[in-house]
Ligand binder design. Structure first.
Ligand code: ATP
Ligand code: MG
Length: 428
């Protein structure tokens, strides 16, 4: 049997309600803040990712799915959404001198070592805002995502913030770091040694615990912030304090992509083992100009959906699944005999016309009445609608409650409509 590719999962009907719940909640919330959805391809030119994410990053160096297509062009499966979003924004003239609030959702691909919370195809929901230099927009995104956690009822997430500073301040800090790490070259691992001169900030982000004691004593970026970055960061913090959003400043938070310039942030949890980050992002004020458009400040973040689903599932099991809408059927229609079968389909279609929210399953298999009722019971529906020769002749419908001890009744069509009206209202 052919199996799915390692690290690429099927999401089965038992789990899709969690996904839909997150997707629907995010879509409604983002649109309430004025963010419009953008959809861009899963495949782009490799050069796009190399230029935007950075050549000396984990993603571009070792995680991308790169292939040559039949016309000899190097293409890659998208490892993240910002590059494609910026490319599309520039190509369709959405960014020049304009404010754009955008969001996207879909699968991303990275060739990492698969483990719990880390996959080769995974899903992100991301938001990006373009054209606003003001720290108010940094705060808006943080408030919006915080509201999403609240709306979903996910607890135990911690917001970490840092500011990366830009321009000459960044260069000075970079030099300091190179000097500091060079002095203990023999204690660095291979990755860090290779990055020492190309991307020393990334060493701070190392997942190798052996390096943490060295990292802890490294020069701190907060001591090198230029006055503009400092002001921006302080203004952001004061908005967050005013709206009472909890955060901690983590001076070692640098993020794994090259394009971040100012504010960077991550929501982490200790409930997912070492795959702790659930949402991450920051400011990338120079990326748009680097990609060929006039200079446009920007920032954004992406939520890792597999990790969020994991948390949501855990929380929902604790609360008996109260927060997740359950798509169990309201009714299951059982018809016995050829004539009743035909009437059954026409009754079902009429009910669907009248009650667009009705979840109704029509039994379309052969079998005895008893077998059909068994299937009705297994469907988890609240009631069975019964049609036999008699009901077809009298134009009535039998109603049998499957979950409560209520005696079976025979209703006229208009009584059935009233009955379903009440049932749907009660089950809302
Ligand atoms: P990590 O440090 O866990 O590798 P990252 O910094 O590479 O994360 P980003 O590129 O910022 O992650 O992506 C944003 C979010 O997407 C992450 O916070 C995480 O929730 C999720 N994510 C990233 N890579 C994966 C993956 N391979 N499998 C599942 N989720 C992922
Ligand atoms: Mg990663």
């Amino acid at each position: 049997m052919i199996q799915a590719i390692r690290g690429m999962s099927d999401i089965l009907p038992a789990d899709t309600p969690y996904w839909q719940y997150i997707e629907d909640s995010a879509c409604a919330l983002f649109s309430a803040y004025g963010y419009g959805e953008i959809r861009f391809p899963l495949v782009e030119k490799t050069e796009l990712f190399a230029r935007s994410i950075g050549e000396v990053t984990d993603i571009v160096e070792k995680e991308m799915y790169v292939f040559t297509d039949r016309s000899g062009e190097s293409l890659s499966l998208r490892p993240e959404g910002t590059a494609g979003c910026v490319r599309a924004g520039i190509q369709h003239h959405l960014l020049r001198n304009q404010i754009q609030r955008l969001w996207y959702m879909g699968p991303m691909f990275r060739h990492e070592r698969p483990q719990k919370g880390r996959y080769r195809q995974f899903h992100q929901i991301g938001v990006e805002a373009f054209g606003i230099p003001d720290p108010g927009i940094d705060a808006e995104i943080l408030m919006m995502i915080t509201r999403l956690w609240r709306k979903l009822g996910v607890s135990g997430l911690r917001l970490e913030l840092n500011s990366l500073c830009t321009g000459t301040a960044r260069d000075i800090y970079r030099e300091k770091l190179i000097k500091y790490f060079s002095a203990q070259l023999d204690r660095l691992d291979e990755d860090s040694r290779r990055r020492l001169h190309t991307n020393p900030l990334r060493i701070l982000d190392s997942k190798n615990p052996a390096l943490w004691p060295i990292i802890e004593n490294a020069p701190r970026i907060s001591d090198f912030l230029d006055s503009e970055s400092k002001e921006h960061f302080e203004a952001l913090r004061s908005i967050l304090d005013t709206v009472k959003i909890d955060y901690v400043v983590n001076p070692y938070l640098v993020r794994g992509l090259d394009y971040y310039t100012g504010t960077v942030f991550e929501w982490t949890t200790d409930r997912l083992g070492s795959q702790a980050a659930v949402c991450a992002g920051g400011r990338f004020d120079t990326l748009v100009s680097q990609m060929g458009e006039s200079s446009t400040p920007a920032l954004g973040c992406a939520i890792g959906l597999e990790r969020l689903v994991e948390l949501l599932k855990e929380d929902s099991q604790k609360s008996d699944g109260r927060n997740i809408p359950k798509p169990t059927p309201h009714a299951y229609l059982v018809a016995v005999g050829a004539k009743a079968g035909c009437t059954g389909h026409s009754l079902a279609e009429e009910l669907r016309d009248r009650f667009p929210d009705l979840r109704l399953i029509v039994d379309t298999q052969t079998g005895s009445f008893k077998a059909k009722l068994k299937r009705a019971d297994r469907s988890a529906a609240q009631i069975a609608l019964l049609l036999g020769e008699n009901e077809v002749t009298t134009g009535q419908v039998g109603v049998k409650h499957l979950r409560e001890q209520v005696s079976q009744r025979t209703l006229t069509r208009s009584e059935l409509n009233d009955y379903l009206d009440t049932l749907l209202t009660d089950m809302k």
